[in-house]
Design a binder for this molecule. Structure first.
Ligand code: SF4
Ligand code: SF4
Length: 476
């Protein structure tokens, strides 16, 4: 469906609608032109390949590989635990998770201010999966020209076979991706078994299907449209750019005036710049833009056009780098600065956040104690004439081994815990212990007294948990 709006021409002389012209309709909808990306080899493409395969490998590895029966990364939602490389984090540690997200955000801002959209070009999941899908497409349907020809050709056995094979492999990759994603929240081996034996619950089927379809659509069909129309980062990242941000750029001064020529021809005699107008930089661009038109929000910084142009320059015996990573200042012949207030600010926040995170992790206590005073009664008297107060002590063991805690209490003369048995807490679990504290009446000088609970681990005597509470007695 197309949307049209009437547009009335404005008379520049009067700055009002031109009455002589009838309103025209402008079509607001432009259908997508399929982009046939030409495969290119080169230095930046090698870096991209290493980065993309490494990230893809990590995505599957962290979910499927277990150490001591524990996946390397696992969000155990029912038990409210987060396992990260054999360490277990609990809801109380979620400040660390928030810290990690803030570090990641400032890391992204910092890198963007320095090098533009290298996150998009080399590491973004949309880029990674699109790259894998395009790689499969190229292996099955052939080079750019062959793919264009195949799409234009009428249906034939060969065309149907190639298309079916391509979509079949895409769906398999998408399914592996969806299954693995859900596997970060549901033990992945159990999930696979349950799915194929129809034992999994409906939500498992729903989420695996959802992520399978999302991967297949995003990487197979939507591709650059996700970057152009759906990704919010593409829209706001330009605020982090300045004239010293290094982005993929065409050296206009060196390349223009562009024009075709023979390899043996002298560009000086022809009055031409270095750009031979071959269009290779456009053919390899996954978003279908022409970098020679300047910096555009559609550019994901993948550097494919650099490799394509360097190859052309080499063949023409011209110096490489007509398209290269460069700053606006550099291209204009002005000096370029790496350290400037913007990068310094992002860098400083990043260093502070990383320091705070490392400090928090290093000083993280592998256990926690909470003491809740029973509010049902202020105090009671035992048969021996002692004043008693009741508490609930909750002990959480965040260590990888079970721990047994001895409870102690101090703060008043004669203070003691009745029936004081050590509390054994398995790894990654919590135990609550109803606790009665008694004090001789003559040891109390006021009705409300501060007391201290201590829990000492039998396995690690240096692990001492402390918590303050109140002991209430009769008015004096
Ligand atoms: S690849 Fe290089 S030479 Fe060819 S059109 Fe692009 S900028 Fe010009
Ligand atoms: S212009 Fe195209 S090929 Fe070049 S870096 Fe940008 S997105 Fe990649």
């Amino acid at each position: 469906m197309t949307s049209k709006i009437p547009v009335t021409e404005i008379d520049p002389a009067t700055d009002s609608p031109n009455k002589n012209n009838k309103p025209e309709s402008v079509d607001l909808y432009a259908s997508r032109k399929k982009i046939y990306v030409k495969e290119v080899k080169g230095f930046f493409q090698k870096i991209r390949k290493v980065s993309l395969w490494a990230l893809m490998g990590m995505y599957f590895l962290f979910c499927w590989v277990s150490v001591d029966g524990q996946p390397l990364i696992y969000f155990n939602l029912p038990d409210r635990e987060f396992n990260l490389f054999t360490a277990t984090f609990y809801p109380q540690d979620f400040i660390l998770l928030s810290g990690m997200l803030i570090v990641a955000a400032f890391g992204l801002f910092f890198i963007t201010a320095l090098f533009g959209r290298i996150w998009c070009g080399y590491t973004c999941p949309q880029t990674v999966w699109t790259f894998i899908f395009m790689w499969v497409e190229e292996r099955i349907e052939g080079s750019r020209n062959k793919r264009i020809k195949l799409d234009k050709s009428p249906n034939s056995a060969e065309k149907v076979t190639k298309k079916s094979l391509k979509h079949g492999i895409w769906l398999l990759i998408a399914f592996a991706t969806g299954l693995t994603f859900v596997g970060y929240f549901y033990p992945v081996r159990d999930l696979s078994l349950d799915l194929f034996t129809f034992q999994a619950n409906g939500w498992a089927y729903f989420w695996v299907s959802f992520f399978t379809i999302a991967t297949y659509m995003n990487a197979g069909w939507l591709r650059e449209q996700v970057c152009l129309y759906m990704c919010p980062y593409a829209r706001f990242q330009s605020v982090m750019f300045d004239s010293d941000t290094r982005t993929v750029a065409y050296d206009f001064n060196r390349g223009e005036p562009r024009g075709g020529r023979k390899k043996s021809a002298s560009k000086e005699e022809l009055g031409l710049g270095d750009c031979i107008d071959c269009g290779m930089c456009v053919q390899v661009c996954p978003t279908g833009i022409d970098i020679r038109d300047g910096l555009q929000y559609e550019c994901i910084g993948c550097a494919l056009c650099i490799d394509a142009c360097d190859d052309v320059m080499e063949k023409m015996n011209y110096p490489k780098g007509l398209i290269r990573y460069a700053t606006e200042n550099e291209l204009e012949g002005r000096p370029s600065k790496l350290l400037r207030p913007r990068t310094f600010g992002y860098g400083a926040v990043l260093v502070l956040m990383v320091t705070a995170m490392v400090f928090t992790i290093m000083t993280r206590v592998p256990a926690q104690m909470e003491v809740l005073r029973d509010r049902g009664a202020l105090y009671g008297m035992t048969g021996q004439g002692l004043i008693e107060n009741s508490y609930t002590v909750k002990l959480t063991n965040k260590a990888e081994v079970p721990q047994t805690f001895e409870l102690k209490v101090s703060g008043l003369d004669t203070i003691a815990i009745l029936d004081n048995e050590p509390v054994r807490v398995p790894s990654g679990e919590s135990r609550t212990r109803p606790t009665v504290v008694v004090v001789a009446p003559e040891a109390i000088e006021q009705s409300n007294n501060a007391i201290q609970f201590r829990a000492v681990s039998q396995q690690d005597k240096t692990l001492v948990l402390e918590n303050e509470s109140r002991f209430v007695g009769p008015d004096r």
